[in-house]
Design a protein around this ligand. Structure first.
Ligand code: GDP
Ligand code: ZN
Length: 468
C-alpha cells in the first residue's frame, strides 16, 4: 500500500447521522486496506470494485453487512488508500461499525481532514476543497451548480492562468534589471512591460468581477426590513417567499412576523431581518431587541423601508423623513430601497399627485423607490430586479462560487499591480517593480493554496464538517 508518510489512518461517518437506507464510513491511510480485511475476514479487495461483505466484531458476531469499496492510492480522493464501508444507515449500526474500525487501529478524522489530505497530496487545490464545502452547504440551485463548476477546476484555472501571466511578467522585469541598456535598448521603458502589466491588471479586474458575483451567490446579502406597523412588511415577505419555491423558514410553520427569513430570488439569497419583529417583543427583552435591530441595520448590505402609501405619510412628511425616523438616521442612497406599498389603494387624483411629488424628491436626492401592492402582486418583479441591480448581482449563468477570502486576495493582488505600474511609469524603478510583482504573485497564490500559511489552512479546513 502507498503512503509511507506515517500519518494515522483516519475514519469517519461520511453520511448524515440518522435514519437512512445506506450509511457510509470512509477510511483513509496506509492501514485502511488492512483494516477492511480484518473487519470482513476477506484477504483481498480489487480497486474500484464493490465487494459484498459481512462486517464482524472481534468475537465473530456480525455488526452489519454491506459493500466495501477500495480505492488504491494515489488514485483516490485523498491520494492515500481509501476504503468506503457502505452499511445500513442508522445511528446505532453506524456508530458500532465506526467503533470497530477504531478498535482495528483507525483514528477519528478531524473536521475537514479528508479534504486536507487531498489538498496536501495535490489532489485538490484550496479553491476546489472550499468548493466541496460550498456545494454541500449551498442554499440555492445556482450556488450549488457554480460550486460544482469551481470544484471541477474552472476557477482555479483562471487563477493559474493569471499566475502564469504574472510569472512571465516577472521574468521580463528581472531580465530588464539584469541587462540594463543592452544594445541601447531600455527594456523597462520600451513599453512592452507596461503593456503586459496593463493586460494583467485588466485580467485581474475581470476575475475580480466574476468572483464578486460568485461571492454574492455563495453568501447572499443581509437585508433589513423596516416600516410602521401594518405597512405590509409581513405581506411583502410572503410575496417574496412566494416568488420561488426554495424558501427556508427559520421558525417552522410561520410566515407572519418571523424575525428572520431566508429567501432565494433570481438566484440571489436574501437573509431578511424584520426590525419591527425585533421591536415587537416583550418589554423585558425590548432593549435587547432594539440593540439587535441596530446591529442588524449596521451590518446589513441593504435596507428596505416599506410604507403604506394610503396612510403612513402625514401631509407634509416625505418617505425620506420616515426612513430617517425608522433607521435612526437617513441611510446612504446605495443602501436604501424605498418600497411604497398598497398602491392598489391609491385612487383619487390628489393621492396620486402626492405620490408623484414624493417620488420626485426621492430621485432628486439619488434614492430609489418602487411602487408595489403586496395585495395584488403589482410591482414585485420590478422590486426584485431593482434590488439585484442595486447590489450589482446579475442572474448567474456561468458564475463560479467564490469567498470573501478570494476577493480579498484578488484585491491585494490588484493593489500590488497598481504599485508596480506606478513604479514603472512614474519612477522607472525596476527593483521596486520586481518586488511589487513578487508580492502580487504571493497574494494571488494564496487563492489556490500555492503559498498559504498553515494557520490559514487550519482555519479553512477546520470549518468543514467531519467526514469531509
Ligand atoms: P406589517 O405589520 O408591516 O407586517 O403589515 P402586514 O403585512 O401584517 O399587513 C398589514 C395589513 O395590510 C394586512 O391586513 C394586509 O392584508 C394589508 N396589506 C398589506 N399589503 C397590502 C397591499 O398592497 N394592499 C392592501 N390593500 N392591503 C395590504
Ligand atoms: Zn408584520
Amino acid at each position: 500500500t502507498s503512503n509511507p508518510s506515517g500519518l494515522a489512518t483516519i475514519a469517519a461517518i461520511a453520511t448524515p447521522l440518522g435514519r437512512g437506507g445506506v450509511g457510509v464510513i470512509r477510511l483513509s491511510g496506509a492501514r485502511a486496506y488492512d483494516i477492511a480485511c480484518q473487519l470482513t475476514g476477506k484477504t483481498a479487495f480489487i480497486p474500484r470494485m464493490a465487494s459484498f461483505c459481512r462486517f464482524y466484531q472481534a468475537d465473530g458476531t456480525i455488526v452489519d453487512e454491506g459493500l466495501v469499496l477500495y480505492f488504491k492510492g494515489p488514485h483516490s480522493f485523498t491520494g492515500e488508500d481509501v476504503i468506503e464501508l457502505q452499511g445500513h444507515g442508522g445511528m446505532i449500526l453506524q456508530n458500532q461499525l465506526l467503533a470497530r474500525v477504531f478498535e482495528l487501529g483507525a483514528k477519528q478524522a478531524g473536521a475537514g481532514e479528508f479534504s486536507y489530505r487531498a489538498f496536501d497530496n495535490d489532489k485538490l487545490d484550496l479553491v476546489q476543497a472550499e468548493a466541496i464545502a460550498d456545494a454541500i452547504d449551498a442554499t440555492s440551485a445556482a450556488a450549488a451548480s457554480s460550486a460544482i463548476r469551481s470544484l471541477s477546476g474552472e476557477f482555479s484555472q483562471k487563477i493559474n492562468q493569471l499566475l502564469e501571466q504574472l510569472i512571465h511578467l516577472r521574468l521580463h522585469v528581472e531580465a530588464a534589471i539584469d541587462f540594463p541598456d543592452e544594445e541601447d535598448v531600455d527594456f523597462l521603458s520600451d513599453g512592452v512591460i507596461q503593456d503586459k502589466l496593463e493586460q494583467t491588471q485588466d485580467k485581474i479586474q475581470q476575475v475580480l468581477a466574476t468572483a464578486k458575483q460568485g461571492q454574492l451567490l455563495r453568501d447572499g446579502i443581509h437585508v433589513v426590513l423596516a416600516g410602521r406597523p401594518n405597512a405590509g412588511k409581513s405581506s411583502l415577505l410572503n410575496r417574496l417567499a412566494g416568488q420561488e419555491r426554495a424558501i427556508v423558514t427559520n421558525v417552522a410553520g410561520t410566515t407572519r412576523d418571523t424575525l428572520q427569513e431566508t429567501v432565494v430570488l433570481n438566484g440571489l439569497t436574501l437573509h431578511l431581518t424584520d426590525t419591527a419583529g425585533l421591536r415587537d417583543t416583550d418589554d423585558t427583552v425590548e432593549r435587547i431587541g432594539i440593540e439587535r435591530a441596530r446591529t442588524a441595520i449596521t451590518q446589513a448590505d441593504m435596507l428596505l423601508m416599506v410604507y403604506d402609501v394610503s396612510r403612513d405619510l402625514a401631509e407634509d412628511s416625505t418617505p425620506l423623513q420616515l426612513a430617517e425616523q425608522l433607521f435612526g438616521k437617513l441611510p446612504d442612497a446605495k443602501k436604501l430601497l424605498i418600497i411604497a406599498n398598497k398602491s392598489d389603494l391609491l385612487t383619487d387624483a390628489h393621492d396620486k399627485a402626492q405620490k408623484a411629488n414624493s417620488q420626485n424628491e426621492i430621485t432628486q436626492r439619488g434614492y430609489e423607490q418602487v411602487n408595489v401592492s403586496c395585495e395584488t402582486g403589482a410591482g414585485i418583479e420590478t422590486l426584485i430586479e431593482t434590488l439585484c441591480a442595486k447590489v450589482g448581482f446579475h442572474p448567474p449563468e456561468n458564475s463560479l462560487i467564490a469567498r470573501t477570502r478570494h476577493i480579498d486576495a484578488l484585491r491585494r493582488t490588484a493593489g500590488h499591480l497598481t504599485e508596480a505600474h506606478e513604479q514603472l511609469t512614474v519612477f522607472q524603478a525596476g527593483e521596486l517593480v520586481a518586488e511589487s510583482l513578487r508580492q502580487a504573485q504571493l497574494s494571488l497564490g494564496e487563492i489556490t493554496g500555492e503559498f498559504s500559511a498553515d494557520d490559514l489552512l487550519g482555519k479553512i479546513f477546520g470549518s468543514f464538517c467531519i467526514g469531509k
